[in-house]
Design a protein around this ligand. Structure first.
Ligand SMILES: [Zn+2]
Length: 402
């Protein structure tokens, strides 16, 4: 998975969160942020330069926070991030100023724009990548976009970081439970809960922390020729199913979860119904051969599974409504994408992930994994800043015919 570098250096959004870190996530609406107390400590109070005044003037800060909170939310769309706030140091300060932070001369609006434009822009804008993190601008706050996390033993959770040369120190309260590397990758080691802290190297009194619960990984196992990872049945182009694997229909859990989903959709005025649920090996064989005869194998392989490799054979997958590109962007498709996780389903073949799943975008194909797993995968997607995180990416597995 591609690492996202979300560079959010030297903006003021997280200032409002300094005193109430736990309440601070990127989902916090701007108006909630406003109510927080603002306090800036360490090293900047005596500084009377313009940009420091900007930071300290409460109304300016409030509006900046709104801008930045909004900017941050849209930019990373739920991504995990570390926001490091640095108070500006003006030209003529003790530090040689050839590489004084650009953001200190920006208006909050510009900063928001910079963030929105993405990592590249931010990277150019923030010259502290050049190395003046060590003291050119005092760190005035650190915030994390999530403050608790659950991972399995062996699993790594990332905080896309503010900067490659992040000058912060990450520590774990119990390395037997979870370790953390220098840029905030948290890896589960053993069952339990521990606190991962990030503090400013410049000012160790400033920091933020996340409570990490590590649960036992069930790992990967094969039962009667079927692969399970952490208890989740895997059926893709790499992991096939025996021809004899036949639950006889949708599993009971899958069907009842779908009923719940359908009534949730109905409450929102939408009709979501099953078009194709369980398909046996033999049924899939007939369908696939038909597609190959019509489209050729290469094309057929992008949208139809070979017999023994279809998720429909598991009894855990459902195609809803119209099984065609006409379903893309419909209110039902949008609703599914937003809500299926609540009912224990994931969109199995998301947009832009053909290279990963082996299938083109299929907004109608949902896969039941259970509510806990769906939430876990969703949380991982949020942390990775990738709303379309796939099962393959979540487990680090492939999907390709051998
Ligand atoms: Zn399907």
């Amino acid at each position: 998975m591609k690492r996202q570098f979300t560079r959010i250096t030297a903006f003021t959004a997280s200032l409002v969160c300094l005193m109430g870190m736990a309440a601070c996530g990127n989902d916090v609406p701007a108006d909630e942020s406003e109510s927080s107390e603002l306090s800036i400590s360490s090293g900047v109070a005596e500084n009377t330069t313009d940009n420091v005044n900007d930071v300290q003037t409460s109304d300016v800060t409030t509006s900046a926070a709104e801008n930045e909170t909004a900017g941050g939310t849209t930019t990373v769309s739920g991504a995990g991030f570390v926001a490091v706030t640095r108070a500006g140091v003006a030209s003529g300060a003790s530090k040689p100023n050839g590489n004084i932070n650009t953001p200190t001369t920006k208006t909050p609006g510009n900063n928001a724009g910079g963030n929105t434009a993405g990592a590249g822009n931010n990277s150019g804008g923030n010259s502290n990548a050049g190395g003046n993190n060590g003291g050119g601008a005092a760190v005035s706050g650190i915030t994390l976009s999530y403050t608790s996390a659950e991972i399995s033993v062996g699993q790594t959770k990332q905080y896309p970081v503010v900067s490659e040369n992040i000058n912060e120190v990450w520590t774990s309260s119990n390395t037997a439970v979870a370790t953390v590397d220098s840029i905030g990758n948290i890896t589960g080691v053993g069952e339990g809960t521990c606190i991962i802290k990030v503090t400013s190297a410049d000012n160790p009194s400033l920091g933020a922390q996340v409570s990490v619960t590590v649960k036992k990984s069930e790992g990967s196992q094969q039962i009667d020729g079927v692969t399970y990872i952490d208890g989740i049945l895997i059926a893709n182009k790499t992991y096939g199913l025996p021809a004899s694997y036949n639950p006889g229909g949708l599993t009971g859990d899958t069907y009842s979860a779908f009923q719940e989903l359908a009534s949730g959709a109905a409450n929102d005025g939408l009709n979501i119904y099953i078009s194709s649920g369980f398909r046996s090996y033999e049924t899939q064989e007939a369908i696939y051969n038909d597609y190959v005869a019509t489209n050729g194998q290469a094309v057929a392989d992008t949208f139809s599974a070979r017999p023994g490799f279809s998720e429909h054979q598991t009894g855990l997958a459902i195609d809803v409504n119209e099984i065609s590109d006409a379903f893309i962007g419909t209110p039902e498709a949008i609703w599914l994408e937003e809500h299926c996780v609540e009912y224990g389903f994931i969109i199995r073949y998301p947009q832009g992930k053909q290279g990963v799943t082996g299938y083109k975008y299929e907004p109608w194909h949902i896969r039941y994994v259970g509510k806990d797993n769906a939430k876990r995968i969703h949380d991982a997607a949020v942390a990775a800043g990738d709303p379309y995180l796939t099962l393959e990416e979540y487990f680090g597995i492939t999907s390709a015919y051998q």
